[in-house]
Design a protein around this ligand. Structure first.
Ligand SMILES: Cc1ncc(C[n+]2csc(CCOP(=O)(O)OP(=O)(O)O)c2C)c(N)n1
Length: 684
């Protein structure tokens, strides 16, 4: 590309002032970052990034994540100028009701936004997941001379991102994994929302990232296009380490009174300062939203470039399809997120068994039964494989190949490379959550991540983002109640179920026995466009005799009548989830002997139940039967919605304690006797 410094400068100022004008018009937003980081964004987007504005979903595009989402106007300006379907009108309606330009970039709202960012640090983690997905798919599907997966993951990260712990977790893992195609530009402007970093953040960032195993470069002037260009080239050539380019920039660049001040971070510059900034950088003060013709044309070359890049890829993919028809078919399937025919053929049916099986164990069996037919399923735990039972046996370890590893204890076997389907997140739940989002956002993989339910608290930010982004992520949360026992109250979840159920768009399922667990996994794998959390027990629960009660498939509707009063007219409805289903089934026997007729409802998922038509919900929770008892070893919050004001809840509304699980369950009242007592009290 011929060098034309005047044109470059015009393009960069176009980015700056589109952003500044939009923030000013909205009277809200963050002008400082776009002004300071426009130059490096320009270099990346016009010289390196591979994308097709006409098809934002093109599978082999490079991914770009703007981790400091508050700089959204920079991204919107880039998307508009390079020809994405984001009209100037949308820029003019930045932050307005119904616009495609919300305050922080949201996946699915403006085309070209890969992940929803704003909570600092999350985007950093997403990028690691995106790069892991690329590495995995490349290892599985590329063949010598036939590379159908070959793209970079770029990101812009800020001081705030690097301060947040989640970025440290993700950076540590990315360094270990040697993700050479992950490249971050660090907007090193040394100013945050309310302060200079001199009073908050003085560690040596370059050495910190070197210690993580990253390839680190420093650029003294973030407006020096030549140096940025060279640094990006060097980063791309480094295949063994992720790259961080620390580019010294100036927040609010060009604003005479606000450059380098936190005042330019999160408020409009003000009409006068906008005028002064434009004058200072030689920009016409009018009209607003000015796009010089030549700059516009230059940015729009991306349309043609993108089209030919995708066409060329399409031809390569056709040739690949001729050479490797089976692989190509599988690739098409995973790319479109389709489940292959017969994927669930090998899911076991578990025989009735009084002693039973922990649902975490049943879950592990189901995952392993489907794994060979579902190549997209990949995942792992935060250092808890022996406890969560989530290893995919024989499906290999996702690790950099060719590295000598002294101690492979804990590995699963099979390949030792990016083709491995077992991910090792280490003790990094928060990072795991953000990485899972990146994996799912990439597409081509269905990621799962496992830990103890109590530590889902460490993952709440990415979980709510997964739900917001409608990402198909599967969480496996085991050790789901006080019944986990002697690890004590620090490890015993109480309020976590209620907290997860409160997340809009997250399906939470707490299956009652092995067969419900199998159905829960089916629901999770079929979910497609939203996250699902499976809540599983540590302890054994009886595997119900399905010849004596309803089929486990009822789980699909969230709640179902497991066993009914003989005459269909119960005195009371007993409702439970998970490990408490077996308990109310036992209590039912005793009550029946005392002439109390019960209906037993298994209610593994509020979300699935709430989505049913009223008629079905009324069939299950008969409106005429107001005596209802819900039994769940978790916070009672929310249950009154189902038991009504005449009902009762046997829950856990205090912290647990350290003792054997069965002792705790007894002490907390989870016994058939206590259930009967509560029922009899209710019925007077
Ligand atoms: C997790 C999280 N905490 C707090 C905030 C509020 N916040 C938005 S931007 C910001 C500081 C930004 O500093 P930096 O990342 O350096 O961005 P810059 O000021 O350079 O634009 C803060 C604290 C946030 N978005 N996310």
């Amino acid at each position: 590309m011929p060098l034309d410094p005047a044109l470059d400068n015009e393009c960069i100022n176009t980015l700056r002032f589109l952003s500044v004008d939009a923030v000013q018009k909205a009277d809200s937003g963050h002008p400082g970052l776009p002004m300071g980081a426009a130059a490096m964004a320009y270099v990346l987007w016009t010289r390196f990034l591979k994308y097709n504005p006409a098809n934002p979903g093109w599978f082999d595009r490079d991914r770009f994540v703007l981790s400091p989402g508050h700089g959204s106007m920079l991204l919107y300006s880039l998307l508009h100028l390079t020809g994405y379907d984001l009209p100037l009108e949308q820029i003019k309606h930045f932050r307005e009701w119904g616009s495609m330009t919300p305050g922080h970039p949201e996946r699915g709202v403006a085309p070209g936004v890969e992940t929803t960012t704003g909570p600092l640090g999350q985007g950093f983690g997403n990028g690691v997941g995106l790069a892991m997905a690329e590495a995995h798919l490349a290892a599985c599907y590329n063949r010598p001379g036939a590379e159908i997966v070959n793209h970079f993951t770029y990101g812009m990260v800020s001081d705030g991102d690097l301060m947040e712990g989640v970025a440290s977790e993700a950076a540590s893992l990315a360094g270990h994994l040697r993700l050479g195609k992950l490249i971050y530009l660090y907007d090193d402007n040394r100013v945050t929302l309310s302060a200079g970093t001199d009073i908050t953040f003085t560690e040596d960032r370059a050495r910190r990232f070197e210690a993580y195993g990253w390839h680190v470069q420093s650029v003294a002037d973030g407006n020096d296009l030549k140096v940025i260009d060279a640094a990006l080239r060097t980063a791309r050539a480094e295949t063994q380490r992720p790259s961080l380019i620390l580019a010294r920039t100036h927040i609010g660049y060009g604003a005479p009174d606000k450059q380098d001040s936190f005042e330019s971070h999160g408020s409009p510059l003000g009409v006068d300062e906008v005028r002064l900034a434009k004058e200072n950088l030689g920009w016409p003060t009018e009209p607003q939203f000015y796009i010089p013709e030549k700059a516009g044309e230059h940015f729009r070359k991306a349309v043609e470039l993108g089209k030919s890049a995708e066409t060329e890829w399409g031809e390569r993919f056709s040739a690949y399809g001729r050479a490797f028809p089976d692989l190509a078919k599988t690739f098409e399937q995973i790319m479109h997120g389709e489940l292959p025919a017969g994927w669930d053929k090998d899911i076991p049916a578990f025989p009735a068994d009084e002693k039973g099986m922990a649902t975490r164990v049943a879950g592990g069996k189901v995952m392993n039964a489907v794994a060979s037919r579902l190549p997209a399923l990949i995942g792992g735990s935060a250092d808890l494989n022996p406890s969560t039972h989530t290893a995919l046996s024989g499906f290999g370890d996702f690790e950099p190949a060719g590295v000598t590893v002294r101690d492979k204890q804990g590995a699963v076997d099979g390949v030792w490379s990016y083709a491995g389907r077992n991910l090792y997140f280490g003790v990094r739940e928060h990072g795991m959550g953000a990485i899972l989002n990146g994996l799912a956002a990439h597409g081509g993989v269905v990621p799962f991540g496992a830990t103890f339910l109590i530590f889902s608290d460490y993952m709440r930010p990415p979980i709510r983002l997964a739900a917001m982004m409608k990402l198909h992520v599967i969480y496996v949360f085991t050790h789901d109640s006080i019944a986990l026992g002697q690890d004590g109250s620090t490890h015993q979840p109480v309020e976590q179920l209620a907290g997860l159920r409160a997340v809009p768009g997250l399906t939470v399922i707490r299956p009652g026995d092995a067969n419900e667990t199998a159905v829960a996994w089916r629901v999770a794998l079929e979910a497609g466009d939203h996250p699902v959390a499976l809540i599983l027990t540590r302890q054994n629960v009886p595997t119900l005799d399905r010849t004596q009660c309803a089929a486990a498939d009822g789980l699909r509707r969230g709640a179902y009548v497991l066993a009914d009063a003989p005459n269909g007219r119960p005195d009371i409805i007993l409702i439970a989830t998970g490990s408490e289903v077996g308990l109310i089934m036992t209590a039912r026997q005793t009550l029946q002997e005392r002439n109390v007729m019960t209906r037993v409802v298994s209610m593994p998922s509020w979300d699935l139940f709430d989505a049913q038509p009223r008629s079905y919900r009324d069939q299950v929770l008969l409106p005429s039967v107001r005596a209802r008892l819900a039994v769940e070893a978790g916070a009672s919050q929310g249950w009154h919605r189902y038991v009504g004001d005449a009902g009762d809840v046997l829950g856990v509304d205090r912290f647990g304690a350290s003792a054997p699980g069965d002792v705790l369950m007894r002490e907390y009242g989870f016994t058939p006797e206590n259930v009967c007592k509560r029922v009899l009290a209710m019925l007077g």
